[in-house]
Design a protein around this ligand. Structure first.
Ligand code: KG4
Ligand code: ZN
Length: 336
């Protein structure tokens, strides 16, 4: 078999990342420069700052990825880059860089969908995983329940009607005073709390059993905080975030299990930043075990934004014949 080496670039949000991936599954390098420290000062990602930081970091990050993989640009088979969805100014930095390298080195250019990348993170550590399988994609911008019918062939079964799961984590964390990004901080504090202390609503979307809604849970948490403040009652933050997390996990797990049962699917994979949540991982893996379903998850480092996942997705697109021209543009609201 011919060796396919993909140089992958990811810059859709606040991580500047580059990776070299062999044949879609073997990561030779995976470099991530996180801008979290700067954005934390502002309580969230500032798009203009993100773009400027990507420009400063992208060349060093790519050079590190090549060096660590012990290859040069001449050894690379194709360049894969995230072209959406995401922040337009942030995406443009990666897209322009990928086009420049592809042009200068006369290499094929493959644009990758960011969510396809998240799902494909599962291929890296699970060599036996092949479509068809169900995937739950939960990140700061997305909450999707997807059937992966084949490589590059996705069927969206359910999606959020309002906030993404990660967005709800971030907003609740901010309200409780935990800071940005909220997901990991809630995850940690929730371990000390009682997940059944407060009963938050599990929203259902009328006539769309697979769709999610998280703004109701988020508002219920904010109302609870306001009421406590009005009554001058002390808030047990650990109980509060544990109960919130439990409501979100419940909503995610129940719909994922409904899908695998209804369609008789024997494999479920999770992906995206929220997939690194320890309560979600535990709840899903035990629900899968109870129902005889194989459960797959990337290790936490491959759940949050990285370029190795773009290299995995880019490989399968490349061998399917996907090629983009130099007119490739960033598409902030790209559909899967
Ligand atoms: O996939 P990602 O890195 O970026 C997007 O594509 O959005 O996801 C980031 C999101 C943030 O909302 C962050 O709070 C959340 O993932 N997150 C978590 C955890 N780690 C990251 N949420 C809950 N628990 C975690 N351990
Ligand atoms: Zn992401």
């Amino acid at each position: 078999q011919e060796e396919v080496l993909i140089l992958a670039i990811e810059s859709s949000c606040d991580e500047t990342a580059a990776a070299v991936v062999k044949n879609g599954r073997t990561v030779l390098s995976n470099i991530i420069n996180s801008q979290i420290d700067i954005h934390t000062l502002y309580g969230g990602v500032v798009p203009e700052i993100a773009s400027r930081k990507h420009i400063e970091n992208i060349n060093p990050v790519i050079n590190m990825a090549l060096k660590e993989a012990n290859v040069t640009l001449d050894d690379i088979t194709a360049i894969a880059v995230t072209y959406g969805p995401g922040l337009v100014g942030a995406l443009l930095v990666g897209v322009a860089e990928a086009k420049a390298i592809a042009f200068a080195k006369n290499k094929p250019l493959v644009g990758v969908h960011h969510i396809e990348g998240h799902i494909s993170a599962n291929y890296i550590e699970h060599p036996e995983l092949e479509p068809p399988f169900a995937a739950l994609v939960v990140s700061g911008g997305h909450t999707h329940l997807v059937m992966v019918n084949d490589y590059g062939d996705y069927e969206i079964i359910g999606r959020t009607r309002d906030d993404a799961a990660g967005e709800a984590f971030d907003k609740v964390a901010r309200a409780v005073g935990l800071g940005y990004p909220g997901g990991p901080k809630i995850d940690k504090l929730a371990k000390e709390g009682n997940p059944h202390a407060i009963e938050f609503p599990r929203a259902h979307v009328e006539d769309s059993p697979y769709d999610f809604s998280f703004s109701g849970i988020k508002s219920a948490v904010l109302n609870y905080i306001n009421q406590c403040e009005m009554k001058n009652e002390e808030i047990n933050k650990a109980d509060l975030v544990a109960s919130f997390q439990n409501a979100v996990v419940d909503a995610l797990v129940s719909r994922a299990m409904m899908l695998v049962k209804e369609r008789n699917i024997d494999k479920l994979a999770i992906a995206g930043g929220v997939a690194s949540n320890s309560a979600l991982r535990e709840a899903l893996s035990s629900a899968c075990e109870e129902n005889g379903i194989k459960y797959y998850s990337p290790s936490p480092k491959l759940c949050t934004d990285n370029a190795a996942m773009i290299g995995a997705a880019g490989y399968y697109d490349y061998i399917k014949g996907v090629r983009h021209g130099f007119d490739l543009n960033a598409v902030p609201n790209l559909k899967l």
